[in-house]
Design a protein around this ligand. Structure first.
Ligand code: FPP
Length: 247
């Protein structure tokens, strides 16, 4: 069943749509537990929510969607759960490639990608290469991702340049750090959504969310559908972003 998004009045000003939405997809485990199902079933249903979110972003005109699919900390989960997530990821990449082509969606990934099993990396690289010319919309998968790890990585890159004599340490500023993050060409998120009611950032895009609007919903990620994303975007449209300035 497809939901009807709220329509603005004919003379209403164009709604404010975020260019970049980042999502902490939380609550898969609890969703499964509530149904006496294995946690992997929650992740499976969560993968469906990712598909819905991609389609909804396209529909709403959101150019960038970044989802926290696997954190550096998630490697400490039980091995069967890690394996289930990696298998799901491969399946998702294989099944969605056609959808990406049809909708001209570019796939990107951020994180310590070398940590991923070879078979996942192969699938990921294949889809990223096959879609790299699309510019209508971009899906960014955060995989083996940690915000602190990303900032430490940027510091290493800068230190290497200083050591090589190509960078003057006195010129290192915010722009220099941003330029050495995993995806420097992607704008910072305007809106960060977290599902399942937890009030935490959990090491996600720490540098980039400095001025993002936060939206937290009690809905568990596997239940997150078009109307939930539309509601978050609507709420974003009502916020007044001041970026530290006077309103
Ligand atoms: C957090 O829920 C979710 C994850 C650690 C994994 C997110 C993965 C998916 C949504 C599916 C795979 C992704 C793609 C892109 C195919 P949790 O397990 O911590 O939930 P809990 O807090 O209720 O236990």
């Amino acid at each position: 069943m497809s939901t009807v998004l709220p329509q603005p009045a004919p003379d209403a000003p164009a709604p404010k749509v975020p260019a970049h939405v980042a999502i902490i997809m939380d609550g898969n485990g609890r969703w499964a537990q509530q149904r006496n199902l294995p946690r992997a079933k929650g992740h499976e249903k969560g993968a469906e929510s990712v598909r819905v979110a991609i389609k909804t972003c396209k529909k709403l005109g959101i150019k960038f969607l970044t989802v926290y699919a696997f954190s550096v900390e998630n490697w400490n989960r039980p091995k069967p759960e890690i394996e289930a997530l990696m298998t799901l990821l491969k399946k998702f990449l294989r099944n969605e490639e056609r959808e990406f082509h049809e909708n001209k969606i570019r796939l990107r990934a951020i994180g310590r990608l070398s940590d991923l099993p070879k078979s996942v990396r192969r699938e990921l690289n294949h889809v990223m290469q096959a879609t790299e010319h699309y510019r209508d919309a971009t899906l960014v998968l955060a995989l083996s991702y940690g915000g602190r790890t990303e900032i430490a990585h940027a510091a290493q890159e800068l230190a290497r340049k200083v050591k090589a004599g190509t960078l003057d340490p006195d010129t290192i500023n915010e722009a220099a750090i941003s330029a050495n993050l995993y995806a420097p060409d992607i704008p910072d998120p305007d809106l960060m959504i977290r599902t399942s009611g937890e009030m935490r950032i959990s090491n996600f895009l720490l540098w980039q969310v400095s001025y993002a609007e936060l939206y937290i919903t009690d809905t568990l990620w596997p239940d997150f559908r078009e109307e939930h994303l539309a509601k978050a975007v609507e709420e974003y449209g009502r916020r007044h972003r001041r970026f530290g300035l006077v309103g």
